[in-house]
Design a binder for this molecule. Structure first.
Ligand code: IPE
Ligand code: IPE
Ligand code: MG
Length: 239
């Protein structure tokens, strides 16, 4: 069976990837951390290609968390610069029919980055293929508080009753509105935690933690994670 057929049979809907380990990758080579992030951006592009080729319906990449602002200014600035040049590339790219969505709080991002995000989302908006979501200034708790505020606003305006506010309605107020359920979260770099990534959406996801550092992550690693996922017995509380 081809990898594509295997994944189709698996019926996987949405994968989340925590792109971690850039700093350690650079450190091992006596390079500045920013060099690790540049290499991480290359790994991102090739992983995106792999996801398209393998026919994965939706993938969310964790690029910058609400906690990452606590890093040295120099590193944050380098990351914002990298996002800009990366977006410029995306805008030139043969789109492969992908749809792009950015998840997270845009209000604290530099205007230049936000403008490019909007441009990229608009440019790809007529596409019908894979969802490529990029979590940028994203925090799961921030997302939930933000959704709670939206719900309160709807209630105040009389547009929703308390009875109508159920899990589906609440989900529709999150950044991931309309996206498929998250089936699998992959975290390279050896860390075994979520770091505030998709905490609502991954309540029943499977987790695969891998020792490879993100800049070294290849299609083989992705397939390895999917094979591990295929061996899990998902019960959703049933028997
Ligand atoms: C992930 O790599 C990239 C971002 C958080 C932006 P790190 O920079 O966290 O790499 P390590 O964990 O220090 O190796
Ligand atoms: C999570 O990685 C955020 C991203 C990959 C964007 P971190 O490196 O920031 O997470 P911690 O600090 O190890 O939990
Ligand atoms: Mg890290």
């Amino acid at each position: 069976m081809s990898d594509r057929d295997f994944i189709k049979e698996l019926g996987i809907r949405h994968i989340g990837i925590i792109m971690d380990g850039n700093g350690r990758w650079a450190k091992k080579r006596f390079l500045p951390r920013a060099a690790g992030h540049s290499q991480g951006a290359k790994a991102f592009k090739s992983c995106l290609d792999s996801c398209v080729r393998l026919g994965i319906p939706c993938v969310t990449f964790y690029a910058f968390s609400t906690e990452n602002w606590s890093r040295p200014k120099e590193e944050v600035d380098a990351l914002m610069k990298l996002f800009c040049s990366f977006m410029d590339e995306m805008l030139k790219l043969d789109s492969k029919n992908i749809r792009i969505r950015f998840l997270g709080d845009r209000s604290k991002l530099p205007q230049k980055v936000v403008d490019k995000m909007i441009q990229a989302e608009n440019m790809y908006s007529d596409n019908t293929g894979m969802w490529c979501c990029i979590a940028l200034n994203y925090g799961g708790r921030e997302e939930i508080v933000n959704a709670a505020k939206k719900a309160a606003e709807l209630y105040r305006e009389g547009k929703i009753t308390l009875e109508e506010l159920n899990e589906d309605k609440f989900s529709s107020l999150l950044y991931t509105e309309g996206l498929p359920e998250v089936d699998l979260i992959i975290r390279p770099s050896g860390e075994q935690r979520l770091s505030n990534f998709l905490i609502w959406q991954s309540s029943y996801a499977e987790y695969v933690f891998m020792d490879v550092l993100w800049p070294d992550f290849t299609e083989n690693d992705l397939i390895k994670a999917l094979r591990e996922y295929s061996e899990r017995n998902r019960r959703f509380g049933g028997v």
